[in-house]
Design a protein. Structure first.
Length: 107
Protein backbone atom coordinates (compact mmCIF):
# COMPACT_ATOMS: atom_id res chain seq x y z
CA UNK A 1 0.00 0.00 0.00
CA UNK A 2 1.41 3.35 -0.98
CA UNK A 3 1.71 6.21 1.47
CA UNK A 4 -0.89 8.24 -0.42
CA UNK A 5 -3.41 5.41 -0.38
CA UNK A 6 -2.75 4.83 3.32
CA UNK A 7 -3.26 8.53 4.07
CA UNK A 8 -6.49 8.69 2.04
CA UNK A 9 -7.75 5.56 3.78
CA UNK A 10 -7.08 7.09 7.21
CA UNK A 11 -8.76 10.38 6.26
CA UNK A 12 -11.76 8.51 4.84
CA UNK A 13 -12.09 6.38 7.97
CA UNK A 14 -11.92 9.52 10.12
CA UNK A 15 -14.65 11.21 8.09
CA UNK A 16 -16.90 8.15 8.19
CA UNK A 17 -16.39 7.91 11.95
CA UNK A 18 -16.81 11.54 12.97
CA UNK A 19 -19.18 13.13 10.43
CA UNK A 20 -22.26 11.17 11.57
CA UNK A 21 -21.54 12.40 15.11
CA UNK A 22 -20.65 15.98 14.29
CA UNK A 23 -23.33 16.84 11.74
CA UNK A 24 -26.30 16.39 14.10
CA UNK A 25 -24.45 18.26 16.84
CA UNK A 26 -23.75 21.18 14.50
CA UNK A 27 -27.26 21.13 13.05
CA UNK A 28 -29.01 21.02 16.44
CA UNK A 29 -26.69 23.43 18.27
CA UNK A 30 -28.70 26.16 19.90
CA UNK A 31 -32.06 24.60 19.04
CA UNK A 32 -34.63 23.24 21.44
CA UNK A 33 -36.00 19.81 20.63
CA UNK A 34 -39.58 18.78 21.20
CA UNK A 35 -39.92 17.13 24.66
CA UNK A 36 -41.11 13.88 23.05
CA UNK A 37 -37.94 13.71 20.92
CA UNK A 38 -35.75 14.42 23.97
CA UNK A 39 -37.48 11.67 25.95
CA UNK A 40 -37.13 9.25 23.04
CA UNK A 41 -33.42 10.01 22.60
CA UNK A 42 -32.72 9.13 26.23
CA UNK A 43 -33.56 5.48 25.44
CA UNK A 44 -31.26 5.16 22.42
CA UNK A 45 -28.09 4.18 24.37
CA UNK A 46 -29.97 1.50 26.32
CA UNK A 47 -31.52 0.10 23.14
CA UNK A 48 -28.18 0.00 21.33
CA UNK A 49 -26.48 -1.71 24.28
CA UNK A 50 -29.25 -4.30 24.49
CA UNK A 51 -29.07 -4.94 20.75
CA UNK A 52 -25.33 -5.53 21.00
CA UNK A 53 -25.36 -7.55 24.21
CA UNK A 54 -28.38 -9.85 24.03
CA UNK A 55 -27.33 -11.92 21.00
CA UNK A 56 -23.98 -12.72 22.62
CA UNK A 57 -25.75 -13.78 25.83
CA UNK A 58 -28.51 -15.85 24.25
CA UNK A 59 -26.94 -17.40 21.16
CA UNK A 60 -24.07 -19.87 21.24
CA UNK A 61 -22.82 -21.68 18.13
CA UNK A 62 -25.83 -20.49 16.15
CA UNK A 63 -28.34 -21.92 18.62
CA UNK A 64 -30.44 -20.37 21.35
CA UNK A 65 -28.66 -21.26 24.60
CA UNK A 66 -30.73 -21.01 27.78
CA UNK A 67 -28.94 -23.91 29.48
CA UNK A 68 -27.52 -23.85 32.98
CA UNK A 69 -24.06 -24.02 31.42
CA UNK A 70 -24.48 -20.55 29.86
CA UNK A 71 -22.54 -18.76 32.58
CA UNK A 72 -22.65 -15.32 30.99
CA UNK A 73 -26.42 -15.36 30.69
CA UNK A 74 -26.84 -16.24 34.36
CA UNK A 75 -24.23 -13.67 35.40
CA UNK A 76 -26.12 -11.03 33.38
CA UNK A 77 -29.25 -11.49 35.48
CA UNK A 78 -27.84 -10.21 38.81
CA UNK A 79 -25.80 -7.63 36.90
CA UNK A 80 -28.98 -6.39 35.21
CA UNK A 81 -30.77 -6.24 38.54
CA UNK A 82 -27.85 -4.26 39.96
CA UNK A 83 -27.96 -1.86 37.02
CA UNK A 84 -31.68 -1.36 37.46
CA UNK A 85 -31.46 -0.75 41.21
CA UNK A 86 -28.25 1.29 41.47
CA UNK A 87 -27.94 2.93 38.02
CA UNK A 88 -24.19 2.49 38.50
CA UNK A 89 -22.07 1.17 35.65
CA UNK A 90 -19.24 0.36 38.05
CA UNK A 91 -21.45 -1.68 40.38
CA UNK A 92 -23.03 -3.49 37.43
CA UNK A 93 -19.69 -4.52 35.95
CA UNK A 94 -18.38 -5.47 39.39
CA UNK A 95 -21.37 -7.72 40.12
CA UNK A 96 -21.18 -9.39 36.71
CA UNK A 97 -17.46 -10.05 37.06
CA UNK A 98 -17.86 -11.29 40.62
CA UNK A 99 -20.59 -13.77 39.65
CA UNK A 100 -18.49 -15.15 36.79
CA UNK A 101 -15.40 -15.39 39.01
CA UNK A 102 -17.25 -17.09 41.89
CA UNK A 103 -18.99 -19.62 39.65
CA UNK A 104 -15.71 -20.46 37.89
CA UNK A 105 -14.00 -20.85 41.25
CA UNK A 106 -16.71 -23.16 42.56
CA UNK A 107 -17.03 -25.21 39.38
Amino acid sequence: MTNELFFLTMVGMGLVTYLPRLLPAWFLRGRKLHPFIEAWLKYVPVAVLAALLLPSLLISEGQLNLAWSNLYLWAALPAGLTAWKTRSMFATVLVGMAVVAIVRLIL
